[in-house]
Design a binder for this molecule. Structure first.
Ligand code: F6P
Length: 319
């Protein structure tokens, strides 16, 4: 293999730039030409492809977002779009592709692999919802952004003796909510993996009220539903002064944490090694701090799970 490409796809995540840097520099280290595809799979279809050099990725390890930009591309879900992408890869002589993104992006990578163009996926999403890796790039930074916001909300919640319902991202996964809840000592955490908790939340709030507690923080993962609806239920049932904060896209921005930069550097380099050693249709991951790889098909087939011990712990510590 002499020429490979790299793209970022789906929702961006802090640390994607550090991953791009690692891919580019590791490829150059192995004397491989490396091409950056702009705007995800849409850029592949459009031939928005540029050769990258060591200098192209200078001064980006600390930057949020992605210098290659990202997009969600419906056209690439279909044969026609994939074939257009393959034509562009042929035109540029690109023999393999590294795709940094989430599960939707890996479906595209899998399709290209099946059509004879080897791809390796790198998990980059704040949701931490990819099986086969303990952590995805961006999760740690998003978590720290959430914590910083909750700490601030707690100040005003305490001054005004209010209950705050804080909605965090995560799509269908509760990792961001669970980790943030544990890290911030939230009174309750609502996650999609454990939906039947409303009565328990009300009981906890009431118990807190009885022993004189004046403010509470409830964290709700967006996959559970709207924070406004849940806040209304609490208002109706527990007669508490309730406010809602939806943190939104602030969670996707910002300079990546050291942990995300290191993870991105390790996974980026590993993805290049996998591609150059003839592997295809794999996802680079990290499990028990060891670099691993798994078939994309297996990763996509596996249901995302949450660490229920952590969930139980969060309950025990917020009695
Ligand atoms: O997958 C990352 C993510 O931020 C999810 O947490 C969220 O549900 C979604 O993307 C938002 O997507 P968009 O930026 O397209 O609104």
């Amino acid at each position: 293999m002499k020429k490979i490409g790299v793209l970022t796809s789906g929702g961006d995540a802090p640390g994607m730039n550090a991953a791009i840097r690692a891919v580019v520099r590791k490829a150059i280290y192995h004397n491989i030409e490396i091409y950056g595809v702009k705007n995800g799979f849409q850029g592949l279809i459009d031939g928005n492809i540029e050769k990258m050099t060591i200098g192209s990725v200078g001064d980006i390890i600390q930057r949020g977002g992605t210098i290659l930009r990202s997009a969600r591309c419906d056209e690439f879900k279909y044969d026609q779009g994939q074939n257009k992408g393959i034509e562009q890869m042929k035109k540029h002589g690109i023999e393999g592709l590294i795709v940094i993104g989430g599960d939707g992006s890996f479906r595209g990578a899998q399709k290209l692999t099946e059509k004879g163009y080897p791809c390796i996926g790198i998990p980059g999403t704040i949701d931490n919802d990819i099986a086969g890796t303990d952590f995805t790039i961006g999760f740690d930074t998003a978590l720290n952004t959430v914590i910083e916001a909750i700490d601030k909300i707690r100040d005003t919640a305490s001054s005004h003796e209010r209950t705050f319902m804080i909605e965090v991202m995560g799509r269908n996964a509760g990792d961001l909510a669970l980790w943030a809840g544990l890290a911030d000592g939230a009174e309750s955490i609502l996650i999609p993996e454990k939906r039947d908790e409303m009565n328990d939340i009300i009981d906890r709030l009431k118990r807190g009220q009885e022993r004189g507690k004046k403010h509470s923080i409830i964290i709700l993962a967006e996959g559970v539903g709207s924070a406004f609806d849940y806040a209304d239920k609490i208002k109706e049932t527990a007669d508490l002064k309730t406010r809602v904060t939806v943190l939104g896209h602030i969670q996707r921005g910002g300079s990546p944490t050291a942990s995300d930069r290191v993870l991105a550097s390790r996974l980026g380099a590993q993805a290049v090694d996998l591609l150059l050693s003839g592997q295809a249709g794999k996802i680079a991951g990290i499990q028990n701090n060891q670099l691993v790889s798994h078939d994309i098909s297996e990763v996509l087939a596996e249901k995302h799970t949450i660490d229920m011990n952590m969930y139980q712990l969060s309950k025990e510590l917020s009695i």
